[in-house]
Design a protein around this ligand. Structure first.
Ligand code: TIU
Length: 229
């Protein structure tokens, strides 16, 4: 016999910080920010900036468990990739020319041209590879809403709550969560489902997003979230 399923409007109570997060079943998207080879594997964009890319690996297993839970329930999943058009027309010089990376955006590396749509380095890592029905979004900025169709996609599905995971905590994840909060979404960031090249920046980002009574949103770890579904 099939297990009875909760009605689509069931509310799950997550014991989050700074207070309980009410998660509506079916209206809460799992958002996985930029879990792509260019940030996580050697030879990509993250490494070109001088970072130790192995620091991001601990986020993979918690995200994978959340992804499994969302898929099992048929709930919405969004994967983003930081990526530019091959002619770089959507990459401002202020982004490309800044600093002194070993390779710049658009230059060829071992996984193809850095942060260019369609190149191997832009692809999502195999452990979290998208399946049919999940939104895969290329974004030219750090935020997932800027110059993308994400807002329209969420509205069309009546999605009101967003669970944030991915990399890096204080860059693309934080920017996206702030954009989402300004657009009226109730946002929760998963503490062990996000990583940074800089542990101190990760800790600070988690603190500042949820300070002042949840000024941008909520936080909890993946076990707490999974146990409350
Ligand atoms: N450099 C860094 O920490 N992050 C980025 O450039 N992009 C994302 O966070 N995805």
């Amino acid at each position: 016999m099939d297990m009875p399923t909760a009605p689509a409007d069931a509310l799950h109570t997550v014991p989050a910080f700074p207070f309980e997060y009410k998660l509506p079943a079916g209206k809460t998207a799992l958002v996985i920010i930029d879990m792509q080879r260019d940030f996580i594997e050697p030879g990509g964009f993250g490494a070109s900036l001088g970072n130790d890319v192995s620091r991001l690996i601990p986020a993979i297993a918690p995200i994978s468990m959340l992804l499994e839970a969302w898929r099992a329930r048929g709930w919405p999943v969004v994967h983003t990739r930081e990526a530019h058009k091959p002619d770089l027309s959507d990459c401002p010089p202020a982004k490309r020319d800044r600093g002194s990376p070993s390779l710049r955006i658009g230059e060829p590396g071992p996984m193809g041209r850095l942060l260019i749509s369609g190149e191997p380095g832009v692809d999502i890592i195999p452990e979290l590879y998208p399946v049919a029905g999940e939104l895969v979004l290329d974004k030219p900025g750090k935020g997932a809403f800027y110059a993308t169709g994400l807002g329209d996609w969420l509205k069309a599905r009546d999605i009101t709550h967003l669970i944030f995971t991915g990399v890096t905590t204080e860059v693309c994840v934080q920017t996206s969560m702030r954009e989402a909060n300004d657009r009226g979404y109730d946002c929760l960031i998963v503490e062990d489902g996000t990583e940074s090249y800089f542990p101190e920046y990760k800790a600070a980002a988690l603190e500042m997003l949820t300070a002042q009574g949840g000024i941008i949103g909520w936080r909890c770890d993946s076990k707490t979230l999974l146990a409350s579904l």
